[in-house]
Design a protein around this ligand. Structure first.
Ligand SMILES: Cc1cc2nc3c(=O)[nH]c(=O)nc-3n(C[C@H](O)[C@H](O)[C@H](O)COP(=O)(O)OP(=O)(O)OC[C@H]3O[C@@H](n4cnc5c(N)ncnc54)[C@H](O)[C@@H]3O)c2cc1C
Length: 401
């Protein structure tokens, strides 16, 4: 029996988190969305201290690591609550890519790696990044990768060119995907994941790439990085040689639940903003925007789509908790493109409802429209997920791709 009702224990966590986001983070948006990120850090640090006092910092971690020991399904509800404000995930230390890097280091890190890299990350003292995609190669087929790591004595020597290494600016370290076994017959066994402190000579952050006109900085940025004879200790290898894709695959299942529930939280905020605007905007004497059928259709369609999306994501999270990411791979692919599409539509309708104000920074809508367009591209573009689900389904009917 699948039961998605929220237990009273989890509700007792979600209610104060929602209140914190509404009372402490939403008010930051008025200035915060147009302030360079580094200038915001002192304020965000103060908010993080309050979250720590409440005992809600990094809630997905096991209790022994200072978290709340939530299941993926439970954390999915928390993630939705955090996403109501663009600052939620960062302030609660739940932001990508750190959360994925923490999961990788918890599962595969040696004791020494955990002490050096994971501990400070869990405490929120540092940030990290994940460096896989290359401008010269298709990210949607990452076995085509040029970055190489060659063992020279006790050190890996890394050479390569990456981009869209999100949040590299200001990160303490990168987890780099590099080819270490070029001669393996299995293309999925050629790459490894290696820890590279960003202070290492040969780690060059070339630039923060302008995204829709905004380069951003620090956590809110996507960097181009060159690795030029970048030397790190042999022991910085995560897991086994050639295990890079296995590790990457394991991080992607829960990672997609995190993204999808974040998008649903964003949808809920956009929905609230759209409805509030429609209910209060006078469009003709005595007539509100809400009286127009087009708006009513958008409200009804958005409500139905968000509700459906949430149930689909919770079902995937439940399946991962019960059966693991591999068994849940079809549902994970389906939610990845389905929820990203709904996010895009709901944001677009909300912006349209606001008219010109919708593309100003007076609401978070335009911030999300810029920052979340990538949802349909990262962690597998829509088309790749659709193709892989469809192929598996058609195979059951005897169809070959
Ligand atoms: C906001 C954002 C953040 C990111 N953060 C990171 C990060 O932190 N670390 C990192 O390593 N990477 C990151 N990426 C990169 C991301 O993983 C890649 O953009 C993604 O894998 C797609 O690769 P690509 O951009 O090279 O597009 P390509 O692989 O060149 O694909 C281009 C387009 O071709 C189409 N396409 C591709 N394959 C198929 C197919 N099989 N069937 C049909 N159509 C297809 C799709 O429409 C796709 O959008 C990020 C990207 C974005 C947008």
């Amino acid at each position: 029996m699948v039961d998605f009702s929220i237990s009273s224990d989890i509700q007792a966590i979600i209610d104060p988190i929602r209140a914190f986001v509404r009372d402490e983070l939403v008010p930051l948006e008025a200035d915060g969305l147009t302030t360079p990120f580094r200038q915001l850090i002192p304020t965000l640090k103060e908010k993080r201290a309050k979250v720590k006092e409440l005992g809600f910092f990094a809630p997905y971690l096991e209790k022994e690591h200072g978290g709340l020991g939530l299941s993926l399904l439970e954390f999915a509800h928390v993630s939705e609550a955090l996403a109501y404000s663009p600052f939620g995930h960062y302030v609660f230390n739940c932001q990508a890519p750190d959360i994925g890097n923490m999961e990788v280091l918890l599962q595969y890190g040696t004791q020494a790696q955990q002490a050096e890299f994971l501990g400070p990350l869990m405490r929120g003292d540092t940030r990290s990044c994940f460096s896989m995609t290359e401008p010269e190669n298709p990210g949607s087929n990452p076995v085509l990768m040029d970055t190489q790591a060659v063992l020279d004595g006790d050190e890996w020597v890394i050479n390569g060119h990456k981009w869209f290494t999100s949040s590299a600016d200001g990160s303490a370290f990168a987890i780099v995907m590099a080819v270490t076994e070029p001669d393996s017959d299995n293309p999925y066994a050629r790459a490894s994941q290696i820890l590279v402190p960003t202070s290492t000579p040969g780690f060059h952050l070339v630039r923060n790439i302008p995204i829709m006109g905004e380069a951003g900085e620090d956590y809110l940025s996507h960097a181009e990085v060159r690795y030029e004879n970048c030397r790190v200790p042999k022991d910085n290898l995560i897991g086994e040689r050639g295990q890079g894709f296995v590790i990457a695959q394991q991080r992607l299942g829960p990672g997609r639940i995190h993204h999808c529930m974040r998008w649903i939280g964003i949808c809920e905020r956009a929905f609230d903003l759209m409805c509030e605007r429609a209910a209060t905007r006078v469009i003709a004497p005595g007539r509100m925007l809400a009286s127009k059928q087009t708006i009513q259709n958008w409200v009804a369609e958005s409500r139905a789509e968000i509700n459906a999306a949430r149930l689909m994501v919770l079902e995937s999270a439940w399946r991962i908790d019960k059966e693991g990411s591999y068994a849940a791979r079809d549902s994970i692919s389906v939610i990845k493109f389905y929820v990203a599409g709904i996010l895009h539509r709901v944001l677009d309708r909300a912006i349209q409802t606001f008219g010109a104000r919708g593309i100003t920074e007076e609401t978070p809508l335009s911030f999300w429209y810029r920052h979340e367009r990538g949802a349909r591209i990262y962690d597998g573009p829509d088309e790749v997920h659709k193709a892989s689900v469809a192929k598996r389904i058609l195979k059951r009917y005897g169809g070959e791709a």
